[in-house]
Design a protein around this ligand. Structure first.
Ligand SMILES: C[S@@+](CC[C@H](N)C(=O)[O-])C[C@H]1O[C@@H](n2cnc3c(N)ncnc32)[C@H](O)[C@@H]1O
Length: 271
């Protein structure tokens, strides 16, 4: 297994795009069940309707686009956005294999503050698990402005998995947080937080990765977090009126539905 120390999150996901396991593109290594659960909860919250045009910014492995199709949305009304050409190619191929009715460019190249999507063209915009990867408040403001720009007036915006604490600094890091970069430090942390089962599961994943000669990507620590009040104010200044917030959904080790203790999902109405 080769270790790759990514210089930022976009670089990390560019390398993840080469993984044989498509779920690595969602950042929830070894837990595709969480990705599916999260995608179907996002679809529930957005109350998707057949004619909705949806944009999923930072769409990971395309799980939400799949759920949208399964719920009867029109193939031509789905747009995914990913920040590197490696991810765009990989996820387009992955989705087209299962859903040949999709456009070949259902996923387009872009970032949260420059999506390349036309103004006022989207009914429901989603950006889940992306804001916590942004470098600073300026990038957050620019991303909210961009999401407001592409969403039509009266449309809905869901921004998910926004931390309300500095996850990298707390002693109880959430799954997927790779802030503790020493391997032994991380293993001890996982053992004290999650117990032997999780340590064994991760060791097994590493062993499989070694046998398959996979690249293991070490990401930098996440830095962005915000109080709900500040986040709602920034969104408001971008023309997004706060509707409600709820704890980000996840699953426990035994696949029971659970709430993420450090992250929130926010729903807004485009004014
Ligand atoms: C943690 S994954 C979440 C994937 C998916 N939204 C989900 O919830 O399963 C983060 C995603 O954000 C993308 N990403 C990272 N930085 C980004 C940026 N600046 N703009 C847009 N997407 C970004 C990554 O490529 C990846 O697809």
């Amino acid at each position: 297994m080769t270790l790759y120390r990514a210089k930022d999150f976009i670089d990390a996901y560019r390398v993840r795009a080469m993984s044989p396991d498509i779920n690595d593109l969602s950042g929830r290594d070894g837990r595709p069940d969480i990705t599916s659960h999260v995608a179907s909860r996002l679809a529930d919250e957005l109350e998707l309707c057949q004619k909705d045009v949806i944009a999923d910014i930072g769409c990971g492995d395309g799980a939400l686009l799949k759920v949208a199709l399964e719920r009867g949305l029109l193939p031509g009304n789905l747009i995914g956005v990913l920040p590197t050409i490696e991810e765009v190619r990989r996820v387009n191929l992955h989705l087209l294999r299962e859903f040949p009715q999709l456009r070949e460019d259902v996923v387009v190249l872009g970032v949260s503050d420059a999506t390349s999507i036309a103004s006022d063209s989207v009914d429901k915009s989603v950006c889940n698990g992306v804001f916590l990867l942004l470098p600073d408040v300026a990038a957050v403001k620019a991303s909210l402005n961009e999401i407001a720009r592409i969403t039509r007036k009266g449309g809905m915006v869901l921004v998910g998995e926004v931390p309300d604490v500095a996850e990298a600094e707390i002693t109880n890091p959430v799954p997927g947080n790779t802030a503790h970069r020493s391997a032994i430090g991380r293993a001890l942390q996982v053992f004290s937080d999650k117990g032997t089962g999780e340590v064994v599961r991760r060791l097994k994943n590493r062993l499989v990765a070694t046998i398959e000669r996979r690249v293991h990507v070490l990401s930098p620590p996440t830095t962005y977090w915000t109080s709900p009040q500040d986040f709602i104010e920034i969104a408001d200044s971008s023309g997004l009126r706060f509707l409600r917030m709820y704890r980000s959904p996840t699953l426990t080790m035994t696949a029971e539905p659970a709430e993420n203790e450090t992250r929130w999902n926010y729903l807004f109405l485009r004014m």
